[in-house]
Structures are given as structure tokens and as C-alpha cells.
Design a protein around this ligand. Sequence first.
Ligand SMILES: [Fe+2]
Ligand SMILES: [Fe+2]
Length: 258
Amino acid sequence: MGPHAASKPLTLSEQADELEERMMNELNDKIATKSALFNLADGNLDYVGGAELQARNPGKYFLMGADPRLPKMPDKPTLIDFFKHRFVSMNHLLQSATLALKAGHEEKVVLACLLHDVGVAGFIRCDHGYWGAQLIEPYVDEEVSWAVRVHQALRFFPDETVGYKYPDMYLKYFGPDYKPEPYIVEEYKRARRHKYYMTARLICVNDIYSFDPDAKVNLDDFVDIIGRNFKQPKEGLGFDNTPSSHMWRTLMWPTRFL
Ligand SMILES: [Fe+2]
Ligand SMILES: [Fe+2]
């Protein structure tokens, strides 16, 4: 770089190089990789293979464990650890669960409300009910994971018997012409006939009012309910060989090369 370059604004590619260098320092010289899905979210179908990536970062190895840019997780992580160190927002979940608790619902319903959007908080928005249910399925009563799965569909359909209307927020977010896809309509029809229908519906009822950023809520209020209703594995979430262990590990180590 010439002597006058410093005063010139950086080009986009110079900015990218600088960002890459800064990130690399934070990474203790390891190469963190962005998976296909992260790039797809940027509208990007590019693929850079391992050999080329390493050639761009001579003398460096790929990250194969914890990403030092993220909060450190304990060796045997619990659900509470994920709440504190991985879920990007807790407030909405805590508000939903607080409403359910105040309404006097049984603990299963309170837990379902507490966990209903873990898909969004920890993973991905698209089909968040399904992802969230899959994450928690091995550790909760089937009624809880079933309700978390289908709340995504039920949110689009009113039920006047419990005073649930189509959310104003959805009108605002998706426009007045939005219609749920056929698979969501089918899910709703199946759910209506299901024995746990009302549990999923109660998630919706406690969900709609739970977006107040100033509400005072505390995860500590739910530690006992989690303790009684979430089967925390002694090996730690991610290391207990269940059908969703790999999902917890991915959440813990999202930038591992493999
Ligand atoms: Fe949701
Ligand atoms: Fe929600």
C-alpha cells in the first residue's frame, strides 16, 4: 500500500480483507468456515473448497472446536447454558412463559411456552416450530414437543373459543394478502383433531402479547420448572447420543470445519 493510501477510503475488497484479518486475530489464527446455509442467507451460492480456503490463509488450520468469538460453553452444557450463551434472545420466551404461569396453566404448558421459539432463538426462522420441536424432543414430554411443532401453523388460524384472533402483527409483517402455504394448512387441520390441540393453542394465546421489550422477566423463575420437566442429560446436551444431539453441538460450534 502506497504512502497516500491511508487517506483514501478503503475499497470493498480492502474492507473485506481487513475484516478477515481482524476476525482471524480473534480466532487465534484458526480459520472459521461459513457453512452453505450461512452463505445462502446472504443470497450467495458460492462454494470455496477447503484447499483453496487454506491456500488463502497460509500456515493456518481450520477451526475444529469452540469459536473464541462466541461465549464459552461448559463441558457438559445444560439447557440453561444454551439460554444464557447461545440463544440470541430470551425475552419473548420468558414473557410467554410468565404469562402462562400467571394464567395458572400446568407446568407442561409453561415449559411449552418457554421453549416455543427456541428454533428462532437458537437456529433458524424458516419452519422454526419444526426445528425447535426436534431440538427438544428427546428431553420433554411428547405433548410439549408436539405443541412447539404445530404452534407455527396454529398461529395463522383463529380460534374464537379461546379468544385467539389472526395476529395483527402478521398483517403488518406479511401483508393483508398473505396466505399460509398448503403444508401449513394441512398441519392446522391435523392439529385440530389432535388430543394435544389445546396445548399448542395455549402457546399461541400466550405468544401474541409477549413482545414488550420493557417487561421484567427472569430466567431464574423457570429453573425449577425446567428441572422438573426437561430431562437434562448427565453427559451434557450434545454429548448424549440422542436424535438431536448433533443439533445442540452445531449450535455450540457453528463454525467448525466438519
Ligand atoms: Fe413461533
Ligand atoms: Fe413466539
